[in-house]
Design a protein around this ligand. Structure first.
Ligand SMILES: NC(=O)c1ccc[n+]([C@@H]2O[C@H](COP(=O)([O-])OP(=O)(O)OC[C@H]3O[C@@H](n4cnc5c(N)ncnc54)[C@H](OP(=O)(O)O)[C@@H]3O)[C@@H](O)[C@H]2O)c1
Length: 249
């Protein structure tokens, strides 16, 4: 069989930084084709060789742009037999007040609420539905990136963010029921405090109360995403795995 026929493919949103960037590296190391999606164009100084032709520039806060991106991804998958082994909905936004403060239920403007839900919640279901045929062909899997903030009030993550992640957690359960009969597994991972740009000043205080007493590394999250997309997780669907050093206990 040709390399293209045996190589697995993942579509990953929010690939340019943080958890997404570590996930690109994890899957590439295992020989997967990684199709990356983010607002930035592919950076020419990025040392990753497979870059420009497997990068999709998309603003997930714009539903029309998501539609265009889905069509473009499907087109690019044609060379790999129209199959997709994994979709990882990782991109997320967590807006703060101008002074860095938390946006709560009383002061979050409705347009911010809508933007957060479009990026964190609607884009994942639009991508999953748009790429359903390719995922079913490969008997692939989906991983939605939720958050510890989806299940408890967090000192920095705002209300719109928290509720969008709770909704994404519920969507994972619903999708597992709907996509399972087509051979597609759907799981979520819920990170706690992972060392990326999304963290707020003051996170060091939270870390003092986490059983493992440290931030998580992006590579530790990427390892679990990889596990969920691998044959080792072939009977796992509808689950949400905490990656938080015991913060939830
Ligand atoms: N870090 C944590 O401690 C933590 C904890 C719980 C949950 N999470 C979740 O984990 C995921 C990744 O977090 P992270 O900390 O790695 O975030 P990050 O460093 O802020 O990176 C966010 C990624 O999302 C992309 N993105 C943001 N808005 C976008 C848009 N409108 N369209 C397309 N792409 C967009 C960004 O790329 P561009 O800027 O190029 O568009 C970037 O690649 C998020 O869903 C976050 O909610 C993180």
């Amino acid at each position: 069989m040709s390399e293209a026929a045996t190589r697995k493919t993942i579509v990953l949103t929010g690939a340019s930084r943080g958890i997404g960037h570590a996930t690109v590296k994890r899957f590439s190391r295992e020989g997967w084709r990684v199709i990356t999606c983010s607002r930035q164009a592919f950076a020419e100084d990025c040392p990753w060789p497979a870059g420009p032709e497997d990068h999709i520039k998309v603003d997930l806060s714009d539903p029309e742009d998501v539609g265009v991106a889905v069509a473009e991804i499907r087109h690019r998958l044609e060379n790999d037999g129209g199959r997709l082994d994994a979709l990882v909905n990782n991109a997320g936004i967590s807006p703060k007040l101008k002074d860095g403060g938390r946006m709560n239920s009383l002061d979050t403007p409705m347009h911010v609420w809508r933007d957060v839900f479009q990026v964190n919640f609607f884009a994942p279901i639009m991508l999953a539905r748009g790429l359903f045929k390719e995922l079913a062909t490969a008997k692939g899997s989906i991983v939605n990136v939720t958050s510890i903030a989806g299940t408890r009030v967090h000192p920095f993550a705002g209300t719109a963010y928290a509720t969008s992640k709770a909704a994404l957690g519920s969507l994972t359960r619903e999708m597992a029921a709907d996509f399972g009969p087509h051979g597609i597994r759907v799981n979520a991972i819920a990170p706690g405090e992972i060392d990326t740009a999304i963290l707020s000043p003051g996170t060091d205080k939270i870390v003092e109360t986490i059983p493992l007493r440290r931030l998580g590394a992006t590579s530790e999250v990427a390892d679990i995403i990889y596990f969920l997309c691998s044959p080792q997780a072939s009977y796992v669907t509808g689950s949400e795995i905490h990656i938080n050093g015991g913060q939830h206990v």
